[in-house]
Design a protein around this ligand. Structure first.
Ligand code: PLP
Length: 217
């Protein structure tokens, strides 16, 4: 797969769903990819990237930013509270707000900096014991408390349980966002982004389908 193949699948999925493609942001997930691969996708003109690890992103993106203009970075991995400061300094959006202590930390940083990345709240949509995210039953209260801290809550994010049909989970997340008046829906990865678009995704996070398989050391 290549960037252009994914872009054309995105267009096809939007057409099928009768959606305007400008309402779907393609986040190219570049975690643990070789710099040459990332550079190649930058050279093709793509400017919106997702990373999972603050340390890796801080090491990699300032140089790319200096070389290529207009880069937008999304934090999509679990965020430790003690990494919140470098994260808000680097990222334009954080998709993984999932607990009160992190909300407080992000709100304090927003206060002192006078600005904040856009925030998505991660929902543990399958209520899986091992997975990060706010439990569905707690979502409405958590959203309200994050808003009360004046955080710019853009929407909700989820990673459906592996090996299950993603569609009911995408529909559940969309319903939760709608009833809370949130327009952003960060959902859909390499294997299910078309279904996510059909369910209303505004941000799809596609890694291996653009860059190839990831190799962890
Ligand atoms: C790695 C990752 C992705 C991209 O996964 P692919 O299956 O390679 O598209 C998307 N979202 C999150 C949260 C990830 O950690």
């Amino acid at each position: 797969m290549t960037l252009s193949a994914i872009q054309s699948q995105l267009l096809t999925a939007c057409k099928a769903a009768k959606r305007d493609p400008s309402g779907v942001t393609l986040i190219a997930v570049s975690k643990v990819q070789l710099p040459e691969r990332v550079r190649a996708v930058l050279a093709e003109g793509h400017r919106i990237y997702g990373e999972n690890y603050v340390q890796e992103a801080v090491a990699k993106w300032p140089d790319f930013r200096a070389e290529f203009g207009g880069i937008q970075l999304h934090m999509i991995g679990p965020l430790q509270t003690n990494k919140a400061k470098p994260a808000v300094e680097l990222f334009d959006a954080i998709h993984t707000l999932d607990r009160p202590s992190l909300a407080t930390k992000l709100a304090n940083l927003a206060q002192s900096r006078g600005q904040s990345p856009e925030i998505f709240i991660q929902i543990n949509i399958g209520a899986e014991p091992q997975k990060a995210g706010v439990l569905p039953d707690d979502a409405d209260a958590f959203i309200a408390s994050a808003r009360a801290l004046d955080l710019p809550i853009r929407g909700l994010m989820c990673i459906p349980p592996e090996g299950e049909d993603s569609r009911p989970h995408f529909a559940a997340l969309a319903g939760m966002a709608a009833r809370n008046g949130l327009s952003g829906l960060s959902m859909g990865m390499s294997s299910d982004f078309e279904a996510a678009i059909a369910a209303g995704a505004t941000h799809i996070r596609v890694g291996s389908a653009i860059f190839g398989e990831r190799r962890y050391e």
